[in-house]
Design a protein. Structure first.
Length: 277
């Protein structure tokens, strides 16, 4: 059951995405031009954050859309946010916005409108869901953890230390695979779906020009966006100096690590997973 106001907010996000696409094309005639204007990047970031904060992790919306539709849209809004974080070619914005807007009415708005109901009924459902959520909070602690990680050789030692710490806590560790295309593969999605927790390791990748900051693996950022929509507990581990891990939606925080002091993050992980029990 979806409240009318939620559908209206999502329609506005769709409309703003269409306007952003038109504005980008009018401002930058060449698809290869780098989008550097701060006001456009801020507009794109704000649009992405609205979806990721207000829509991305809503279980009622995921149920209404069915399958992995919400999670797949999350990945595209996450990519829009990533585009906005640095100068990016207009054609990349074009690709992301085209994916966001692809059959938005048929795949998003029509199913949501079919679930619309009155505010009073929604409030009653929310009470029932909160009670169900309370019951789940007292259920068994997580046993399976998906680790989203870089597959660079230089990060193998970091990945191994964190995986070993989780196994020492009696947890089953599942990992993805080296990306081969511009998408999160079905195999990786299935592995995330079968786990209770998504743990993302956001290691340094490319140094940002003129700054003592680094980008991180875009694949791990995409996997985080997918896991958020699939209602997974998120544990986010960021190497010091990494500039962004794709926004911090909701109340999620991150643990920071230094390669020379990995014992600190291991202790923090033990504390986090003890809090889940």
């Amino acid at each position: 059951m979806i409240e009318d106001s939620v559908v209206v907010r999502i329609e506005r996000i769709r409309d703003d995405a269409e306007q952003l696409r038109k504005y980008l094309r009018s401002r930058y005639s060449s698809a290869t031009a780098s989008v550097r204007a701060e006001e456009i990047r801020e507009q794109a970031a704000a649009l992405a954050e609205r979806w990721l904060v207000e829509v991305a992790s809503r279980e009622d919306i995921a149920d209404a859309l069915g399958g992995s539709e919400l999670a797949d849209r999350n990945i595209q809004f996450q990519r829009l946010l990533t585009c906005a974080e640095k100068p990016t070619a207009r054609k990349k914005y074009d690709q992301v916005l085209a994916s966001i807007l692809n059959d938005f009415r048929g795949r998003i708005l029509v199913p949501l409108k079919a679930r619309r109901t009155t505010k009073q009924v929604v409030q009653a459902a929310q009470v029932a869901n909160s009670q169900e959520g309370l019951a789940r909070s007292h259920s068994a602690p997580p046993r399976m953890v998906f680790i989203g990680q870089s597959f660079s050789d230089r990060d193998n030692a970091v990945n191994a230390i964190i995986a070993r710490a989780l196994r020492a806590m009696g947890l089953t560790v599942v990992t993805g695979e080296k990306p081969r295309a511009d998408l999160v593969s079905k195999k990786v999605k299935d592995r995330i779906d079968q786990c209770d927790v998504f743990l993302g390791i956001f290691a340094r990748r490319d140094k940002l020009e003129g700054k003592q900051e680094w980008a991180t693996s875009p694949w791990v950022v995409d996997e985080k966006a997918y896991a958020l929509a699939r209602q997974k507990k998120l544990v986010l581990v960021k190497e010091s100096g990494v500039s962004s891990i794709g926004g911090l939606q909701g109340d999620y925080e991150y643990l920071e690590f230094e390669r020379t002091a990995m014992e600190e993050v291991v202790i923090s992980l033990i504390e986090v997973f003890k809090s889940f029990s």
